[in-house]
Design a protein around this ligand. Structure first.
Ligand code: SAM
Length: 251
């Protein structure tokens, strides 16, 4: 039985406000988009995970690829469907839950900073599913922000000062739990473009637990025996802050 992923409710709160009102550096620039799409041609079978990545979806459609978008938030899927011009199949699906429908279906699977929304266990489950969806000789391009966000730093400093850090931050796994931070989250929330304050708080609370990645973490994670991927290449995206785009292939 699939347990409903409560993190989706946070993205339902935000929907299209993410690209209409949110901070632009949270999304790939057109330069970043062209790196994600390097080598993608007309008729390539592309899967974008994360309907919020509308510029990448639109650019994939524009280059004539056959585009499928997967996202677990109904609202995000709805709002992206309205924003995209041209054919893109949009499906509501949680990538951390096993689904056999797309076995060996895609030449390129693209996700920008999706992994930063996961715990380590969720990242492993998602990567295993993504690998399963990859056609022979297909590749995954996966953007991962390295290190802490400004808001994490503020929360960690405030939590340490209040003696409450252990309640919402697991140092061993560098995992922050926004839902458990209570008043510290409210005190430390950083504006995200002009997304309204209350929506921002509800979004973070529902996002719950997220792992932060050191530079060495992700290659080790993908190379685990139960994931079975390897890093074919990697580059720092020019406009996304401290973000590496990894190209992954089946090992
Ligand atoms: N940097 C990204 C961008 O430019 O849109 C934002 C990060 S990530 C791609 C955010 C998107 O992933 C949201 O639309 C969210 O609903 C979706 N998402 C998060 N966790 C998911 C999951 N487990 N399964 C499917 N979609 C997910």
């Amino acid at each position: 039985m699939n347990v409903e992923n409560r993190k989706a409710s946070g993205w339902d709160v935000i929907g299209g406000q993410f690209w209409r009102l949110g901070r632009t550096s949270a999304r790939p620039s057109m330069k970043d988009v062209s790196l994600y799409l390097d080598g993608v041609v007309s008729q390539s079978r592309v899967c974008v995970i994360g309907a919020s990545t509308v510029d990448l979806i639109q650019a994939s459609v524009n280059c004539g690829a056959s585009v499928t978008v997967l996202d677990f938030s109904e609202v995000m899927c709805h709002d992206a469907r309205e924003a995209i011009t041209g054919p893109a199949e949009m499906l509501c699906m949680d990538i951390t839950v096993q689904e056999n429908r797309f076995a060996a279906c895609f030449d390129a699977i693209l996700c920008d900073r999706l992994v930063n929304r996961f715990t380590e266990a969720e990242a492993i489950a998602a990567l295993r599913n993504i690998k399963h969806m990859l056609a022979g000789r297909g590749m995954i391009r996966c953007g991962v922000k390295i290190g802490l966000y400004e808001m994490d730093r503020r929360m960690i400093a405030a939590g340490a000062k209040a003696g409450r850090l252990h309640e919402f931050f697991d140092e061993a796994t560098a995992t922050i739990d926004f839902a458990a931070a209570g008043a510290i989250l409210e005190e430390c929330v950083v504006p995200h473009g002009s997304i309204p304050h209350n929506a921002l708080l509800d979004w973070y609370k529902a996002r719950g637990k997220e792992k932060r990645f050191a530079e060495s973490d992700f290659p080790l994670l993908v190379a685990r025996q139960d994931v079975g991927l390897r890093v074919a290449s990697q580059l720092w995206l020019p406009d996304a802050p401290s973000t590496i785009m990894y190209e992954l292939v089946a090992d």
